[in-house]
Design a protein around this ligand. Structure first.
Ligand SMILES: *[C@@H]1O[C@H](CO)[C@@H](O)[C@H](O)[C@H]1NC(C)=O
Ligand SMILES: *[C@@H]1O[C@H](CO)[C@@H](O)[C@H](O)[C@H]1NC(C)=O
Length: 335
């Protein structure tokens, strides 16, 4: 701590003079300059829990250091508008969903499905939360039938194993499986809005990691797009094994956008209601930003990977695989 303070002194005086000159231009009613002057001059390291808190209700987001918060927010690229005060006041969850279909554009309806997912998704989020983050609360919702993972776009021929087990399962609730498919498709549809061109293929977007956030019990999925960029002597001189062979994903700036986060609505502690709606966003890991600096381990910073284990207890992987032969046929496999 003393070390950090000492190193920060030159920047403190610089900061002070910038603020002084700014304050001449600013309206005199702004209270922010004075509180800024008293804040610690060095920005604390951002944590995964800061990131999750900022996507929670105001009671959680307000606890994050405001300098960290500003930097993190500048790296959030929402695929569905962030709507933290859109809380469901009524505990009658049927009511909003029946109103949902009236007078709404298709885009609004898609947003609604992220803010307030269908009942089986809310139930799963509630189970995860009420169990105190017990992975079995999710495992019990899976159909025990074991499904071998078939060939995915020629993966067998390349000896490529895409999933962490050679078999997968599905949720008992068909609506839950459909919701997962919906998320994959929405990412592909809306990615370009924030600069992420992404396709559902075994080299690009095919999986996410379902987790329960450690401190809040919130259910989430961290998707990883651009999983296997093609080997390139100049741009990407890395061997990633059999699954990389013949990849058509190029290593470029879109790698910065490969971490995509979905969070379920956050249940209330005290009632059957909800204190935050669902979110879907890209976490921009460009090298000048705080996500790259603080949340990506140094040994994977070239591929910009945020680790799912840093966000919570990882329960299962969710895969959406094209197992079609001549015609595309995408299916969910939970591994
Ligand atoms: C790579 O191939 C997949 C599957 O054929 C296709 O959907 C996608 O558009 C291709 N991506 C690029 C960047 O060419
Ligand atoms: C939930 O309740 C517990 C104890 O009743 C409390 O410690 C915790 O902070 C509460 N969590 C939230 C998110 O309000």
């Amino acid at each position: 701590m003393p070390m950090a303070m000492a190193m920060a002194i030159p920047s403190l005086s610089l900061r002070f003079s910038i603020l002084l000159s700014l304050s001449f231009a600013a309206s005199s009613s702004s209270p922010f300059f004075f509180s800024n002057l008293q804040s610690p001059p060095s920005i604390p390291k951002a944590t995964p829990s800061d990131l999750l808190s900022l996507l929670g209700p105001p009671s959680q987001s307000s606890s994050v250091n405001h300098l960290v918060a500003d930097e993190l927010k500048s790296c959030f690229k929402f695929l569905v508008p962030f709507n933290p005060v859109n809380t469901q006041i009524s505990s009658d969850t049927k009511f909003p969903s029946s109103r949902r279909s009236l007078l709404k554009s298709p885009r609004d309806k898609e947003n609604d499905l992220v803010w307030w997912p269908p009942e089986p998704v809310l139930e799963l989020a509630r189970l995860a939360f009420d169990s105190g983050g017990d992975p079995d609360s999710i495992h019990r919702a899976l159909d025990p039938t074991v499904l071998p993972v078939p060939d995915v776009e020629g993966s067998k021929e390349d000896k490529c194993e895409l999933t962490r087990t050679p078999y997968g399962r599905r949720f008992i609730s068909q609506e839950l499986n459909s919701y997962l498919e919906y998320l994959f498709k929405l990412i592909v549809e809306r990615g370009p809005d924030v600069g992420l061109k992404v396709s559902l293929s075994r080299y690009d977007l095919f999986h996410g990691h379902l987790f329960i956030a450690t401190q809040t019990g919130r259910l989430g999925i961290l998707f990883h797009a651009k999983e296997y960029p093609g080997y390139d002597k100049e741009a990407f001189p890395c061997y990633l094994g059999y699954c990389q062979k013949d990849s058509n994903v190029t290593y470029d700036d879109s790698m910065n956008l490969r971490n995509i986060l979905w969070l379920a609505p956050l249940p209330s502690n005290s009632t059957q209601g909800w204190i935050a709606p669902g979110v879907l966003l890209v976490l921009d890991a460009h090298p000048e930003g705080i996500i790259y600096r603080d949340l990506i381990p140094e040994y994977v910073n070239f591929v910009r990977t945020i680790y799912e284990d840093d966000l919570g207890n990882v329960v299962v992987d969710v895969n959406y695989l094209n197992i079609g032969d001549s015609q595309p046929d995408y299916q969910i496999f939970i591994c």
